[in-house]
Design a protein around this ligand. Sequence first.
Ligand SMILES: NC(=O)c1ccc[n+]([C@@H]2O[C@H](COP(=O)([O-])OP(=O)(O)OC[C@H]3O[C@@H](n4cnc5c(N)ncnc54)[C@H](OP(=O)(O)O)[C@@H]3O)[C@@H](O)[C@H]2O)c1
Length: 250
Amino acid sequence: MAEKLKNKVAVITGGNSGIGLGVAKLFASEGAKVVITGRNAETLDAAVKELGSNAFGVVSNVSNIYSFESLYQQVENRFGKIDILVANAGIVLFKSLEEVTEEIFDEITGINYKGVFFTVQKALPFLNNGASIIVTSSTVADKGIAGGSVYVSSKAAERALVRVFAAELAVKKIRVNALSPGSVDTDIFLKAGMSQEVSDNMSAFFAGAVALKRTASVEEMAKGFLFLASDDSSYMTGADLTIDGGFRDL
Ligand SMILES: NC(=O)c1ccc[n+]([C@@H]2O[C@H](COP(=O)([O-])OP(=O)(O)OC[C@H]3O[C@@H](n4cnc5c(N)ncnc54)[C@H](OP(=O)(O)O)[C@@H]3O)[C@@H](O)[C@H]2O)c1
C-alpha cells in the first residue's frame, strides 16, 4: 500500500504521550520522518525508541518562546524543511471561577494559547511551501463546561488562531486546520493532578455525555490527523475537524 506521507518531515509537539504519540506512530508508519517534543526526557526517549530510526526527540517547552529556534534548527539540520506541523502540546485543568488564580491562568494559557501561537510563528522560516499545520483544539471549545473557564477559552483561542493563520498563510499554500477531539483515553487528567478515581469519573462523565457512549482511542484521533496532514484534505484550510463521538452537535 502507498505510504501517504512518504519522506514528509513532521514535527509533533507533545509527541511523547497520548494523542501526540499516537499521531507520531501513524505518521511514521506512513513514511514520514518524525520529530517529537515534550518536557519529559524519559518518556521522550522511550517514545523515540518505539518510533524507530526515522524519528528523533527534542526536549522543548512550548511556553518558552526561546526554545523554538533550537528545536526547528535541529529539525532542519537533520531532516530539512518541515511539511507537517502538529501543535498538539497542551494541559487541562478544571477549577471553578472562584478557584482560578493568576498562576493557573498563566500556566494554562501559556501552554495552550501562547504556546500554539509561537509554535506556529517560530516555525514559519522552517516550513516548506504547501505545508500542513494542525492544531489540537477540543470539542469543549464551543461548550459551557462548568469549571473549564480557562481551559475551554484557551482551546477556543486556538480555534480562532487557526482561522487567522489559515487566512495569512494561504498565500504560501500552507494549510492550517484544527482537530477537535472529544474525550480521548489518555493520561491528561492524571497529569493535571487528579487522582485515578477523579480521572475515571471525568472520563465516565464525558463518555456518558456523547452519543456513542464511550471515550475515543488515540488511534481513532490519529486517523483524523493523517487526513489533515495528507493531500486527502488538499482543499481544506481554516477548518475544524471535530472527532467527538457526537458531543458538540447532538
Ligand atoms: N485527552 C482528551 O480527552 C483530549 C480532548 C480534547 C483535546 N485534547 C488535547 O489533546 C492534546 C494532547 O493531550 P493528550 O490527551 O494526549 O494528553 P497527554 O497524554 O497529557 O499529552 C500532552 C502532551 O503535551 C505535552 N506538553 C504539555 N505541556 C507542555 C509544554 N509546556 N511544552 C511541551 N510539551 C508539553 C506533554 O509532554 P510532557 O508530558 O513531557 O510534559 C504531552 O506529550 C492537548 O492539547 C489536549 O488539550 C485532549
